[in-house]
Design a binder for this molecule. Sequence first.
Ligand SMILES: Cc1ncc(COP(=O)(O)O)c(C=O)c1O
Length: 432
Amino acid sequence: VARVESVEAASGPHGAVPELSARARRAGAAYAGPGSGPAPAAGRAGALPTIAFTAGLPDAALLPAAALTGAAGAVLAEAANSALQYGGAQGWPGLREWLAGHSRDSAQVALSPEHFSLTNGSAGALANVCETFLDTGDVAGVESLSFPLSVRTIRSITPRIESIPVDAGGLDVDALEARLGELAARGDRMRLLYVIPTFHNPTGSTLTLERRRRLVELCSDYDVLIVEDDAYGELWFREEPPPSLYALAGGVGVVKIGTFSKIVAPGLRVGWCQADPATTAALVATRCDMGTSPLLMHVLDRLGREGFLDGHIARVRGVYADKCDVASRALAVHCGAWCRWEAPEGGFFIWVEAGERVDPAALAAAALDEAVSFVGGHVFAAEQAMLEGPRLSWVPGNSRSFRLAFSSVPSDEIEEGIRRLGHALKRAVGTG
Ligand SMILES: Cc1ncc(COP(=O)(O)O)c(C=O)c1O
């Protein structure tokens, strides 16, 4: 289970932490993230290993270690100087060119290497966008359910965050319009809106085409920069999702952020910003980190040009589609009496809403006992991520909604994990 700790708690045995900056304090609870905490607790006094639907990670069996090893060897043999020297803040042009050719958006808008800058994952991309286009005291908009690390990133720059409601069709654009109108009436404005329109984390929802069009129009009318987080956009199951906000806006007024984390491996920490060349130049000019790893960019570029990446992405899509089917069928069989959900059309997540008879605290206790884990919906509530001080509990103890990440659970454990969830739900309504 991912942990959340206070920044102040980082003092360790060697003394107190120096006085924190206002920005560090504003960032609030530190999200350690998957990979940094202990393994999930074992249930039933350690008798059963827990089946953890917690982390939004790729399936470990799909991490392309052999292909990466081969490409790294070839890059170091053939292009060591370019791969091992500094590479500049915008990143290796070869990989930016591959991205321009690969992007679905290129069917609607012209894309060149000058539309891309390479970053430390999409997390680094969002930080770069916020540093470049947001000031302390500005209003930024986020979806009421969102990826908490992104909300923290925005919050570290400005505490004035407006949370816009979401439903099964994605962000509620009527609510957005009302909020933009209210701000304008006060002589204020929203400067930036962060959205995850496609295979949303945590809800799995996809913003409808009609809402996409309206959102783009509204943000253009009210001069709001759209930050479109497309971390899962390539992972569609049966049909391509609607055109991106970037494409619908003709590439103007939108920074789209992407990542290799979900389609290749999060440990690479390679992501990107896609924006018009002038905006890209501004993003690059703000960078003070000397760029990110040229070696990894060369490796990905090579895998892209060899055709490996396209094949790999097609393959992982199929695996996640199958996993989602297994999870949805198991939910219908084992959990249908106690909760509702909508099967997503891509990505890693199923958002489940338990009925009113389910007691959340009892569900948390029963899930621990049944050796199944998931992340309580409160963790993704933007209001929670905006709270100062300690600190979120990731235990699903106080919300009736929760996120099931099926992506990293081995295929042959999904059904059993959801069967355990069904038992936990049954016990949480007191009929078990
Ligand atoms: C919506 C969303 N954006 C961004 C990220 C961060 O990804 P990256 O590894 O590219 O920094 C995640 C990771 O879970 C995510 O779910």
